[in-house]
Design a protein around this ligand. Structure first.
Ligand SMILES: CC(C)(COP(=O)(O)OP(=O)(O)OC[C@H]1O[C@@H](n2cnc3c(N)ncnc32)[C@H](O)[C@@H]1OP(=O)(O)O)[C@@H](O)C(=O)NCCC(=O)NCCS
Length: 157
């Protein structure tokens, strides 16, 4: 078991500033900035971001979105699941279990998980117990989907 504590990240300027250290900084962060500028989100509103701090600095993060069963095209029967995005550990902190801790946290929420294995991370996802899904060009549109299922959940044929 990992000794890292996974925290839900607050949606605020401090978090946004921490995100600038990560390689993947794009539309999701820009929309967070716009929402903050427009004052339409609360500091403590339900955030899709999770992360690990070390000495007050964010060293790993991931986002986790709950997808409604009505959009599920991966599991049988269709059910709510999590999409895991943007799993990233700052380079100097890799291979110490942070990635595992974030994935374990997502699993502990009890729903199936789908991710898009990027950056040649296939071996990492397999180690995490994820399995590659047979590619469906219409559904997966260029992604490299991997899923994890809790006991009793099957994949759609
Ligand atoms: C992939 C990533 C999140 C792994 O995080 P991490 O904290 O280094 O991973 P862990 O220390 O928990 O490693 C868990 C296991 O996966 C293996 N592993 C880690 N990164 C790997 C990679 N890129 N490819 C293959 N195996 C990997 C480790 O060797 C370890 O195996 P072990 O327990 O047998 O030693 C991190 O390398 C990263 O941020 N990479 C860049 C972004 C990325 O690829 N994100 C994921 C896809 S979008």
């Amino acid at each position: 078991m990992s000794h890292y504590k996974v925290e839900r990240l607050k949606i605020n300027y401090k978090t946004l500033e921490e995100f600038q250290k990560f390689r993947e900084y794009g539309l999701q962060e820009l929309s967070m900035l716009e929402d903050l500028q427009a004052n339409i989100i609360e500091n403590d509103s339900n955030s899709p971001f999770y992360g690990i701090y070390l000495d007050g600095n964010l060293i790993a993060r991931a986002s986790l979105y709950r997808i409604d069963a009505k959009y599920d095209r991966y599991f049988d029967p269709p059910q709510d699941y999590y999409e895991l995005w943007k799993l990233e550990v700052l380079p100097q902190y890799r291979h110490r279990g942070c990635g595992t801790a974030l994935v374990e946290h997502a699993k502990s929420l009890g729903l199936p998980i789908k991710t898009n294995a990027r950056c040649r991370s296939d071996e990492f996802w397999k180690k995490m117990g994820f399995i590659p899904v047979k590619y469906d060009p219409v559904r997966d549109r260029g992604e490299n989907p991997y899923v994890w299922t809790p006991p009793g959940v099957s994949l759609k044929e």
